[in-house]
Design a protein around this ligand. Structure first.
Ligand code: NAD
Ligand code: UDP
Length: 347
C-alpha cells in the first residue's frame, strides 16, 4: 500500500471532473475511506482529479476496498484511529468524516470505542478543519431519529432515541457529533455539512458486515437460511451507494444557504420480509426464511423525507432496489468465485 506523500502539492492545478467541467484540484482527507461508503467516495473524488488521503484504522475497512486506487499517485492511505488527533502537513480543502463502524453488530462490539470515535474523532477532525480552513462533511445517520414515532422522518424531527441501551453508543454518539458540528460552525465559522444517511448498500460491503442487505444476499448465494429478525414487518428504505455518494459530494459543495443537516436516502420503503423475497426471487436460491429474535431497540419503521435534498441540492436517488440488489448480488457472486472463504466466513 502507498505511503502518504505529496500532501499539499498540486492544489493550484486544475482537472476535468465527471461533469466534464473544469474544476480546481483539491486536496481531500477521507476519514473511514477504506470502508464501504468511504472507498466509493475516494474513487469518486480521484475520478474528479483530486488528491485524496484516506485515514482509517481498518476496524471494518479493508485494504482490498482501496487496493485498486493505490495505483493512482494522487491517492495515499494512512492507518490512523481518529480518536487521536491526526497531524498532516500542508493545506486541505475538504475533510469527509465517515470514520465509524455502521453495522449494529460491529459498532456494538466495542461500544465505548464507538462513542469515542463519534465524539473524540469528530472533535479531532473538526479541529483540523478549523486549522486548515477546510470544508467539513459529517456522515450522520437516520439513527439520530431512533425508533421514530413520526413517519416519514424530516430533518425537523428531534427523534426518539433510547439513551441507555445497546444502540446508544452509536445513536447518541452521532447526535453528539452533530452538536459538535453545529458549534464549530457557529463559534469558529467552519463550513460544515451534515448528511443524515439512511440505510445504504452496495458492492464492497463486507460479507460478514451483519447488515441486512449483505446478510440476505450472502445467505442466498450460499443456500443458507435467510435470517429474519422479528416478524420481518419492520421497514427500511434502501439507497444504492452510487446515489448516496453523489448526494454527499453535492452536499459538501453546496452554497452557504445549506447550514443544517440534510437527509440522504431513498424514500421507497420496504418491509424486511419484502427484501428477503426480492433476494430469493433474484438469486433463485433454495434458501428458506429463518425467524430470529428481534434485536433490542430495533427501529420499527424508517423512511426519509428528502424534500430538502431535492430542493437545496437538486438530488434524488435514481437506482431502485431491484437494480441495486442485482448489482450487489453480482458483486458478492464474483467474490464467492474469486475467494470462497470471503463468503463462507459470513453472517
Ligand atoms: P463501514 O463500517 O464500512 O466503514 C466505516 C469505516 O470507518 C471503516 O473503514 C472503519 O475501519 C473506519 N473506522 C471506524 N472507526 C474508526 C476510527 N476510530 N478511526 C479511523 N477509522 C475508523 O461503514 P459505512 O457503511 O461505510 O459507513 C460510513 C459512515 O457512514 C459511518 O460514519 C456511518 O455511521 C455512516 N452511515 C452509513 C450508513 C449506511 O447505511 N451505510 C447509514 C448511516 C450512516
Ligand atoms: N435484519 C434482519 N436480518 C438480518 C440483519 C438485519 O432481519 O440478518 C433486520 C434488522 O433487525 C433491522 C433491519 O433488518 O430491522 C435493518 O438492519 P441493519 O442492521 O441492516 O440496519 P439498521 O438496523 O441499522 O437500520
Amino acid at each position: 500500500m502507498r505511503k502518504i506523500q505529496n500532501i499539499g502539492t498540486k492544489i493550484s492545478l486544475s482537472s476535468i471532473g465527471r461533469s466534464g467541467k473544469k474544476q480546481s484540484r483539491k486536496t481531500i482527507l477521507v476519514a473511514g475511506g477504506a470502508g464501504f461508503l468511504g472507498s466509493h467516495l475516494c474513487k469518486r473524488l480521484l475520478d474528479e482529479g483530486h488528491t485524496v488521503i484516506c485515514a482509517d484504522n481498518f476496524q471494518t475497512g479493508r485494504s482490498a476496498n482501496v487496493l485498486e486506487l493505490t495505483t493512482n499517485s494522487s491517492f495515499s492511505v494512512i492507518r490512523h484511529d481518529v480518536i487521536k488527533p491526526l497531524k498532516l502537513a500542508g493545506p486541505l480543502d475538504e475533510i469527509y468524516n465517515l470514520a465509524c463502524a455502521a453495522s449494529p453488530p460491529k459498532y456494538q462490539q466495542d461500544p465505548i470505542h464507538t462513542m469515542q470515535t463519534c465524539v473524540n474523532g469528530t472533535l479531532n477532525l473538526l479541529n483540523m478543519a478549523r486549522d486548515k480552513g477546510a470544508r467539513f462533511f459529517q456522515a450522520s445517520t437516520s439513527e439520530v431519529y431512533g425508533d421514530p414515532v413520526v413517519h416519514p422522518q424530516s430533518e425537523g424531527y428531534f427523534g426518539n432515541v433510547n439513551p441507555y441501551g445497546p444502540r446508544s453508543c452509536y445513536d447518541e454518539g452521532k447526535r453528539a457529533a452533530e452538536a459538535l458540528c453545529h458549534d464549530f460552525a457557529e463559534r469558529y465559522d467552519v463550513t460544515v455539512k451534515v448528511a443524515r444517511i439512511f440505510n445504504t448498500y452496495g458492492p464492497q460491503m463486507l460479507a460478514d458486515d451483519g447488515r441486512v442487505v449483505s446478510n440476505f444476499i450472502v445467505q442466498a448465494l450460499r443456500g443458507e437460511p435467510i435470517t429474519i429478525y422479528g416478524s420481518g414487518s419492520q421497514t427500511r428504505s434502501f439507497c444504492y451507494v452510487d446515489d448516496l455518494v453523489d448526494g454527499i459530494v453535492k452536499l459538501i459543495r453546496s452554497d452557504g444557504s445549506v447550514t443544517t443537516p440534510v437527509n440522504l436516502g431513498n424514500p421507497v420503503e420496504f418491509t424486511i420480509r419484502q427484501l428477503a423475497e426480492l433476494v430469493i426471487e433474484q438469486t433463485g436460491t433454495g434458501s428458506h426464511l429463518k425467524m430470529c429474535t428481534l434485536p433490542v431497540d430495533d427501529p420499527k419503521q424508517r423512511r426519509p423525507d428528502i424534500s430538502k435534498a431535492k430542493q437545496t441540492l437538486n438530488w434524488e436517488p435514481s437506482i431502485m432496489l431491484a437494480e441495486g440488489v442485482r448489482r450487489t448480488t453480482a458483486y458478492f457472486a464474483s467474490q464467492l468465485q474469486a475467494e470462497p472463504q470471503a463468503i463462507s466466513e459470513s453472517a
